[in-house]
Design a binder for this molecule. Structure first.
Ligand SMILES: NC(=O)c1ccc[n+]([C@@H]2O[C@H](COP(=O)([O-])OP(=O)(O)OC[C@H]3O[C@@H](n4cnc5c(N)ncnc54)[C@H](O)[C@@H]3O)[C@@H](O)[C@H]2O)c1
Length: 236
């Protein structure tokens, strides 16, 4: 799929990995729409009416990149007792169910597109995390939601094959975004030092570079790609 002349919708596009993706789309001659609860026209990805309106505003949507997500770490058994169930549910609601909400509504819109020469009507890129595979202390909810995003990649690709829509998933390691901004400079440096090579946090532009490669390569489908400099996270 060519980015030039294509319309993209980026959830979580007001910040971090999503904002870098929106810039990449525009730099390559595409049109970037943002669905973010922090956007100028706020969209909550878990709200079907708001998400449907965001998809409709795009016109002929060809590219969906799901970056909206929350972290909210908490141990299952904390100092004050068991983790509140609604905290767990909220992380799953935003990260997993919100992502699926965007996928199903965008796929319906994409299915009406004219296919390109390769038969493609659309491309969907979801954002998991390496916490899907090596969740750290306090990440049960986050890992559950990101593991599910990774796991649904293949069935989604299979479902949408007949519509000419590819579905891919990126599992980033540690990237320098506002999600990391809450951490001290010392902790951020320590996180970067844990990455075997290159020994630093990833830059959002490097995430966007992989989105570009996925969109442009018609053979990439139904797969989860780690983007982590060989990082394998430890318990903490
Ligand atoms: N930064 C990292 O190291 C890292 C690593 C692995 C995975 N990820 C994942 O990448 C994605 C982007 O992360 P980031 O670091 O850019 O984070 P970020 O906090 O900078 O950006 C996330 C954006 O999502 C938006 N958002 C949150 N909940 C929303 C909702 N319900 N509806 C609409 N928008 C909502 C926020 O307003 C924010 O603009 C997330 O899914 C995150 O879990 C990040």
């Amino acid at each position: 799929m060519k980015i030039q002349g294509s319309v993209a919708l980026i959830t979580g596009g007001a910040s971090g990995l999503g904002a870098a993706t929106a810039r990449m789309i525009v730099e390559n001659g595409g049109t970037a729409h943002i669905a973010d609860r922090a956007g100028t026209e706020p969209v909550d990805i878990t709200d079907t009416a708001q998400m449907q309106a965001a998809v409709a505003r795009c016109g002929p949507l060809r590219i969906l990149v799901n970056c909206a997500g929350i972290l909210d770490p908490a141990r299952v058994l904390g100092k004050d007792g068991p983790m509140a169930l609604d905290r767990f549910a909220r992380v799953v609601q935003v990260n997993l169910i919100g992502t699926f909400n965007a996928i199903r509504l965008a796929a319906a819109a994409m299915s009406g597109n004219e296919p390109n020469a390769d038969g493609e009507r659309g491309v969907i890129v979801n954002t998991s995390s390496i916490a899907a595979f090596e969740g750290q202390i306090g990440q049960a909810a986050y890992s559950a939601s990101k593991g599910a995003i990774a796991a649904m990649t293949l069935p989604l690709a299979r479902d949408l094959a007949r519509n000419g829509i590819r579905v891919m998933c990126i599992a980033p390691g540690t990237f320098d975004t506002p999600m990391m901004a809450g951490l001290s400079e010392e902790v951020r440096a320590a996180l970067g030092a844990q990455v075997p090579f290159p020994s630093r946090l990833g830059s959002p532009a490097e995430y966007a570079q992989l989105v570009k490669a996925i969109v442009e390569n018609p053979m990439l489908n139904g797969e989860v790609i780690r983007l982590d400099g060989a990082l394998r996270m430890q318990p903490k």
